[in-house]
Design a protein around this ligand. Structure first.
Ligand code: HEM
Length: 567
């Protein structure tokens, strides 16, 4: 081999130093660009935090990069943090999720504009990151936007009519009877009733939504129960990808791609090497969607019809393309099969913990408020025929105090405000404030439901069902939301509330208030006569909380009442 001579080196050296020089130049350019980008990113972030300042909206100082998310993530109960800020900054103030501006509102006139009067400018909820991934053809009522939401709501509303719910009543009663047996088995021991209510509501939902009797109350290790419970309890906000998407929204397309690729890969590998993948689990909600997909496919294949919510939706579903149009005339009036799938899963998620929590708080109130319990028991005794084996829907509509009671439970113990958030979809003026397209409006439920000006004169922290007899501001009660996009379930409660609020003295529809007043008077008389007789056994029973729990459950069948109340 020829040794390199000096001439070779001479020609080689300058080239090498040139390329090294080029590399250094490139590195410096890249580094410089990175620094410039970083500085401009930091400056953009900083300038975003001036968003509310330009509109003279107060708010707690944001933390760089996170906005107010870290505070909310680390608070044991985020609604308490929001309530504390409301004390400091008033009824309309601004916070940031990452850099995204969020108005926190407890001014009910402002909310009335958002939910009712200017609904067309605030018709959708903001999408969280995972909702964006599932967004599109198969998106469900809760996250559907604009015309897609309008079509879905139009088709789904009739699913929750009295007649249809009445048909499902025996299924609910069957589940409640099972709960009664479980309670008897407790034999006076201490137990956590919330767990039993969760099993009960899940049992009711699987029966009513899919027509599946999974026996969840007996089989406590039931896989459906476990996955369903997990799918609601998983706090999506705590996932790293969700956190990243909140603080750096520009990463969303990349994160979406990564998540979709992961899902695709896991599915492929599972099909190819199942033994290797058996420990890699789907997200619980994805697990449920897959199972429900099987139920739907089997139902369609067998052609057998059942009486459940799934069937009601399949009856209005097609595999054809759905068209969503501004013009309602041109909009198809059906659901796509993929929408049926996502909506039945939504019903399960939306109905599960909300109902179980309402039941648990109702029980708590009845156990701690013997007077209330007594009144309610009396109303039930008055209305429930001796010979009737099961509670009848029509009887419920006569129970005015029951209605007041449930409202008061949900005033004091409402679901958090996040479910009722709205995104502004066109810049508009709300009560003198310029609200720009893209921002989020979130109500501070706690402060609204406990505002003495809205709910007084009685102490707002006390349990006083009768306070609902008085006419209140249309946006003062947000337990089920308000306006066209409220909860689909409680039409009965809500319709009456709305009628009542809209009606003045001259309107014949103020029957609800009158009914309630008459019922209250009757109850008062009855309670007085009981006390005059002063039956000692009666008083002892009322004072005894453990006995009270039995009597509550025997008399209330609250899950049934709440579910049936929903028309
Ligand atoms: C005590 C029980 C319940 C409570 C407290 C409750 C509360 C709520 C609230 C606060 C909202 C948001 C409303 C808004 O944004 O204005 C909502 C929406 C919704 N709820 Fe309920 N809910 C309950 C039970 C149920 C049940 C049993 C179902 C179905 C089986 C259900 C289905 C839905 C659906 C589909 C939506 C979205 C409606 C839309 O965007 O058009 N909820 N619920």
């Amino acid at each position: 081999m020829r040794k390199p001579n000096i001439c070779d080196l001479e020609t080689f050296l300058p080239e090498q130093s040139l390329s090294r020089h080029n590399n250094m130049l490139m590195t410096s350019i890249l580094f410089g660009t990175f620094i410039i980008l970083f500085i401009s990113y930091v400056r953009t972030l900083k300038s975003r935090y001036n968003y509310f300042v330009q509109w003279n909206i107060p708010g707690p100082p944001p933390q760089f990069f996170f906005g107010h998310l870290r505070k909310l993530w680390s608070a044991p109960l985020s609604f308490e943090q929001i309530r504390d800020w409301t004390h400091l900054y008033g009824s309309i103030y601004g916070i940031f999720e990452g850099t995204h501006p969020v108005y926190i509102v407890s001014d009910v006139d402002f909310l009335q504009e958002v939910y009712i009067k200017q609904f067309s400018s605030f018709h959708s909820r903001p999408l969280n990151f995972l909702a964006r991934i599932l967004q599109g053809k198969g998106s469900h009522l809760f996250f559907a936007q604009g015309n897609q939401w309008r079509r879905q709501r139009h088709v789904i509303n009739p699913t929750f009519t009295t007649a249809k719910l009445k048909i499902m009543a025996p299924l609910m009663n069957k589940c409640i009877q099972l709960l009664m047996v479980k309670l008897d088995e407790m034999n006076g021991q201490e137990f956590n009733i919330f767990i039993l209510y969760k099993r009960l509501t899940m049992d009711v939902l699987w029966n009513c939504v899919f027509g599946i009797d999974a026996d969840m109350q007996n089989d406590i290790d039931n896989i459906y129960m476990k996955k369903s419970a997990l799918s609601v309890s998983v706090q999506l906000d705590k996932f790293l990808v969700v956190k990243l998407s909140n603080v750096m929204p520009f990463l969303i397309p990349l994160l979406t791609l990564l998540i979709k690729a992961r899902m695709f890969l896991v599915d492929k590998l599972r099909a190819m090497i199942p033994w290797l993948m058996r420990n890699v689990e789907d997200l619980p909600s994805v697990w449920i969607i897959k199972r429900v997909g099987n139920v739907v496919r089997n139902r369609l294949k067998s052609g057998k019809k059942q009486m459940d919510l799934l069937q009601l939706m399949l009856d209005v579903a097609k595999n054809d393309e759905v068209t969503d149009n501004e013009n309602e005339e041109l909009t198809t009036k059906h659901l796509h099969y993929s929408e049926v799938l996502s909506n039945v899963v939504l019903f399960m998620v939306a109905g599960y913990e909300s109902t179980a929590t309402a039941l648990a708080f109702s029980t708590y109130v009845l156990a701690t408020e013997p007077e209330v319990q007594k009144k309610l028991q009396q109303e039930i005794d008055e209305n429930w025929q001796e010979n009737a084996k099961e509670p009848d829907y029509d009887v419920l509509t006569n129970m005015a105090y029951m209605d007041l009671f449930i409202r008061e439970v949900l005033r004091l113990y409402a679901l958090s405000g996040r479910a009722r958030t709205r995104r502004c979809n066109e810049t508009t003026n709300v009560c003198g404030h310029q609200v720009e397209k893209g921002v989020t409006i979130m109500p501070d439920i706690y402060s609204i439901h406990r505002n003495i000006d809205l709910w007084g004169p009685e102490d707002v922290n006390l349990f006083v069902p009768e306070r609902h007899i008085t006419k209140r501001h249309p946006a003062a009660y947000l337990a089920f939301g308000v306006g066209s996009r409220n909860c689909v379930a409680p039409k009965y409660v809500h319709k009456k509330l709305q009628e009542y609020q809209l009606n003045d003295e001259d309107n014949p529809d103020r029957w609800f208030r009158l009914d309630a007043q008459v019922a209250m008077e009757k109850l008062r008389q009855k309670v007085l006569s009981k006390y005059v007789n002063c039956d000692p056994d009666y008083l002892v029973i009322l004072d005894n909380v453990s006995a009270a729990i039995n009597s509550i459950l025997k008399s209330l069948n609250l899950c049934y009442i709440i579910m049936l109340h929903m028309e």
